[in-house]
Design a protein around this ligand. Structure first.
Ligand code: SAM
Length: 278
């Protein structure tokens, strides 16, 4: 009987986000595989967990993956954790999970923090459909091509980014994706948590000069053309004013947030829709 591989999420900053189940499972498994054992030891000590620990990171995946699979084949249970958040989400784990699935080994997720989901949930951008795109390429040429491939996707685009590349990436977004609503979610769950909201141009101005430090998620609203496919602006405004009873100003503000069109465009359209309602 092979053991079970647990894909276990850990906090992205605030230790109170560790789940009861995560603590229990870590206390029960035979082996914990961690991206950085020294980093994870602090977390394990905090929760009073003392278990055999092995490393599993990008550059030893092949060799360590085989050893972890060996333990699983011998009926040992293993928890995979990363430095923060959910393993496999821009973190190591995919190759191990794929190999375990191929061998018929049970893979059980222990859900918890994930920066992309935390950011999206509080962003105020459409969350009914979204694309998680991970880290954009570091080189500008590749980054622009990568962003270009996302331009027509429906739903909000969610990216991870290093703080020192934030401005360059926002500049490329402005050029490739156009002026859309964007949110930079910074230092989630930590003391200096912050949401910087606005058009790409406005957010660029707010972060100019390398002012933003710490970890960031960038969220980009669907473009006007993309959004029109799901709910055209006039219909949206009609619904907000007629069915939800919002004023012209509030409907325009909400429509601009939802669609990514400018507040001026939304306001002009809202006036036109209101006149047609009268
Ligand atoms: N597996 C992790 C998860 O589930 O979110 C992501 C790991 S990835 C190597 C690290 C990136 O996630 C950071 O560069 C940043 O973009 C994002 N991130 C992680 N923690 C964050 C936080 N507290 N606030 C904002 N972004 C965060």
């Amino acid at each position: 009987m092979p053991g079970t591989l647990y894909i276990l999420a850990t906090p992205i900053g605030n230790l109170e986000d560790m789940t009861y189940r995560a603590v229990r499972i870590l206390g029960e498994v035979d082996l914990i595989a961690a991206e950085d054992t020294r980093h994870s030891l602090k977390l394990l000590n905090h929760f009073g967990i003392s278990k055999p620990l092995t490393s599993y990171f990008d550059h030893n995946q092949q060799f360590k993956g085989e050893r972890i699979l060996q333990a699983l084949r011998q009926d040992k249970s293993v928890a995979l954790i990363s430095d923060a958040g959910t393993p496999c989400i821009s973190d190591p784990g995919f190759n191990l999970v794929r190999a375990a699935v191929a061998e018929g080994i049970a893979v059980v997720p222990i859900p918890g923090s994930c920066a992309a989901i935390a950011a999206l949930s509080a962003s105020g951008l459409p969350s009914d459909a979204f694309t998680f795109a991970g880290f954009p390429p570091a080189r500008q040429g590749k980054r622009r091509t990568f962003l270009g491939a996302m331009a027509a996707l429906p739903g909000t685009l969610v990216f991870y980014e290093a703080p020192h590349r934030l401005e360059d990436t926002l500049r490329d977004m402005l050029e490739v994706l156009g002026e859309r609503q964007v949110v930079v979610a910074r230092e989630l769950t930590k003391v200096y948590e912050e949401f910087i909201r606005g058009t790409v141009g406005e957010v660029l101005a707010a972060v100019a000069g390398g002012k933003v430090r710490g970890e960031v998620v960038i969220l980009v609203a669907p473009g006007e053309a993309v959004q029109e496919e799901s709910e055209p602006l006039p219909e949206l405004l009609h619904r907000l004013m007629h069915d939800e009873g919002l004023t012209v100003k509030d409907a325009a503000r909400k429509a601009a947030e939802i669609t990514g069109v400018s507040k001026n465009t939304a306001y002009t359209e809202a006036l036109r829709v209101q006149n047609s309602l009268n």
